[in-house]
Design a protein. Structure first.
Length: 262
């Protein structure tokens, strides 16, 4: 199976920055005509966030929204930096991941994050998130350029508040750590559930058009069609959910991954 790439019509709207300690795909979706932009998963170091900001300023964009697919630190490590550079941008994630957000200091200690020989500041306060900024399933975000219009899909399983962003006009899905190229997010962390993630993928992602380009939180791009055919967790879903004493380790989500949170 070939890895997917941005199509010509998508290249004018999508810029992907692979950043941070776990090489997170941070996506800037923007419009040259309306100058609107959104950023998904700013999980990078400050100097990497500055590179994103340089692109925003070069294109003279107005960053309106910052989305966090789920509250694992590798998806929002640079949140303070990007927010300080774009103070009017609102921050959004699903409320079910609030305990993880509130446990940021613990996550930093777990990952042992080091930059240039210094620990990441454990006492850095996170931006304030208001009740109206929490994401809801089937919530819409509309923009002057309708190519940017977003439908929020709540896809619990990797974490309780995992969400995906669907750009119907662009035939694009930002899948966070729910769906990967021939794999799925791990489910052995706080609030994870193999049953939930498979149900989320089956009922909320596989119903999208086959040609939908999927940009996951880490790794290569794919399409919905590719995953229907080649993803072993989807193909063997019924078998995975059968009660048994032992499960084939080859089908255990990301057991061989070096990523601590993916």
């Amino acid at each position: 199976m070939k890895k997917a790439n941005l199509q010509d019509n998508q290249k004018n709207y999508v810029k992907v920055f692979t950043i941070g300690p776990l090489q997170t795909n941070s996506c800037l979706i923007y419009s040259e005509s309306s100058k609107e932009a959104i950023l998904n998963d700013p999980g990078g170091w400050n100097n990497e966030i500055e590179k994103i900001q340089e692109f925003i300023e070069e294109k003279e964009l107005n960053l309106k929204n910052i989305f966090i697919s789920h509250s694992h630190l590798d998806h929002y490590l640079g949140i303070n930096k990007i927010k300080s550079l774009n103070p009017d941008a609102s921050i959004h994630f699903h409320k079910n991941d609030l305990p993880l957000w509130q446990g940021t200091k613990t996550q930093k200690k777990m990952l042992g994050l080091i930059r240039n020989g210094k620990n990441v500041d454990e006492d850095e306060e996170l931006p304030l998130i208001t009740e109206q900024d929490y994401l809801q399933h089937n919530q819409y975000f509309n923009f002057n350029d309708e190519q940017l219009n977003i439908k929020v899909l709540h896809t619990p399983g990797h974490s309780p508040g995992s969400t995906c962003l669907h750009f119907e006009q662009l035939h694009l899905l930002l899948s966070g750590d729910t769906l990967f190229f021939t794999s799925i997010g791990r489910t052995d962390l706080f609030g994870g559930s193999l049953k939930q993630i498979l149900e989320s993928i089956s009922s909320r992602l596989l119903v999208l058009d086959d040609d939908t380009l999927v940009i996951p939180g880490h790794g290569p791009f794919t399409t919905i069609k590719n995953e229907k055919i080649f993803n072993p967790f989807i193909v063997n879903q019924k078998d995975l959910l059968k009660p048994r004493r032992k499960r084939n380790n080859s089908l255990t989500p990301n057991k061989t991954s070096n990523n601590s949170l993916t």
